[in-house]
Design a protein around this ligand. Structure first.
Ligand code: HEC
Ligand code: HEC
Length: 329
């Protein structure tokens, strides 16, 4: 209806009203938009998060360059082949990640986590320095070590350098610290009985035959004689699992993260500096205590952690005896 001359016009008044409200809304929109750029409202910023001198922003670049999101989700993006990583750092802590990432094909053992905890920067960030305190503080690490330590994973070994690992951990520390409003959601599994929940017992039983003779225990012959003391070879075979060496080395010729041990003893080893040395007791001992002293051709420095403070001379000798016992296959 248009206005009739001489009478008060309703329509023009309503139009002014509508325009005024629209203008006010527009103003509120502009002010709020500007404010959202000015204030982080307590949100953690990647530039503020550091781990052992490494930077979370660099870590994001490493995460992208290895296409971790091709298999993992993180803060709501990515693929579902691997588990969500957003909140992992808070659950497992830096030492577990330090042990996992270089040899992702196998789950870390408590020995492997303990070794990482001996590094000052790792213990400093975890704020605990004993393995017991660490596993008590990071329940996720404890659960993974107990349930899966030493067993193979579905994730491939990636050729990550020490620096890249530090940067990735800084990035995971950042995503763990950010406020994701409850993401990822916790799956509700109450009352469901998965067959894999019973895995630990079965897994330990499966692992036992790796110790020569251990599966023969229930025979009458063994029951009547006292348990024989473990030979150095048996002790070595147990140590290499406890300390997580088997995450990187296979007992045959297969290459994992490091060279296979099968047939290594007394063989010629080609080094990255062009020399060739014999894999005798002295070489194997040095490779364990001071891995960077000689680098096998095709591998890089710093890939293997040093076990000098973690293993005593007797334990190193037992491991050398075990490697000596491994033939080609
Ligand atoms: C080809 C797929 C694939 C790629 C690429 C991949 N992962 Fe994984 N990752 C997996 C799978 C699968 C698992 C779970 C393994 C299992 O349960 O056996 C896993 C497990 C993990 C875990 C342990 C998670 C937990 O909850 O215990 C971490 C940490 C991890 N990956 C980090 C990374 C990072 C960092 C990258 C990139 C540098 C990466 N992954 C690239 C497949 C992948
Ligand atoms: C994170 C992976 C990783 C772990 C864990 C690891 N190593 Fe290694 N190891 C390597 C790599 C990579 C090399 C080759 C580069 C070099 O020479 O340092 C290597 C080399 C060796 C060599 C020399 C092999 C050869 O062919 O000459 C021996 C022996 C060895 N490691 C023993 C051990 C023992 C024993 C443990 C456990 C106490 C262990 N490693 C744990 C990665 C690892």
């Amino acid at each position: 209806m248009s206005c009739v001359e001489g009478k008060p016009c309703e329509e023009a008044r309503k139009r002014r009203h509508a325009l005024a409200i629209l203008g006010l809304m527009g103003l509120i929109f502009l002010v709020l938009s500007a404010w959202s750029f000015l204030d982080t409202r307590g949100q953690t910023l990647p530039g503020d998060v550091h781990y052992a001198g490494f930077d979370a922003v660099q870590g994001k670049r490493v995460f992208q360059s290895y296409n971790c999101m091709g298999c993992h989700t993180i803060v709501g993006n990515g693929a579902y082949f691997g588990p969500d990583l957003s909140k992992l750092y808070g659950k497992v802590g830096p030492a577990w990640l330090e042990a996992f990432l270089p040899s992702a094909g196998a789950w870390p053992t408590s020995g492997a986590v303990k070794l990482q905890l001996q590094r000052k920067e790792v213990a400093g960030d975890a704020e605990v320095d004993s393995i017991d305190a660490y596993l008590a503080k990071y329940a996720g690490a404890n659960e993974r070590v107990e349930r899966r330590g030493g067993h193979p994973t579905l994730m491939p070994n990636l050729p990550l350098t020490r620096t890249e690992i530090g940067q990735l951990i800084a990035f995971l520390k950042y995503t763990s610290a950010m406020n994701t409003e409850g993401w990822p959601p916790k799956p509700k599994v109450d009352g469901l009985a998965f067959s894999r929940v019973a895995m630990p017992a079965a897994a330990h039983a499966a692992a036992a035959p790796m110790v020569p003779g251990a599966h023969a225990a229930p025979t009458a012959q063994l029951a009547t004689s006292p348990a024989p003391a473990a030979s150095p070879v048996e002790e070595g075979s147990k140590l290499v699992r406890d300390f997580g060496c088997t995450a990187c080395h296979s007992p045959d010729r297969k290459q994992l993260v490091g060279p296979g041990w099968g047939g290594l003893y007394d063989a010629d080893v080609h080094l990255s500096d062009g020399r060739t040395v014999k894999a005798d007791d002295a070489y194997l001992t040095e490779s364990i205590v001071d891995p960077d002293a000689k680098i096998v051709a095709g591998f890089s420095k710093g890939a293997m952690p040093s076990f000098s403070g973690a293993l005593d001379a007797g334990q190193v000798a037992a491991i050398v005896a075990y490697i000596r016992s491994l033939q080609g296959n």
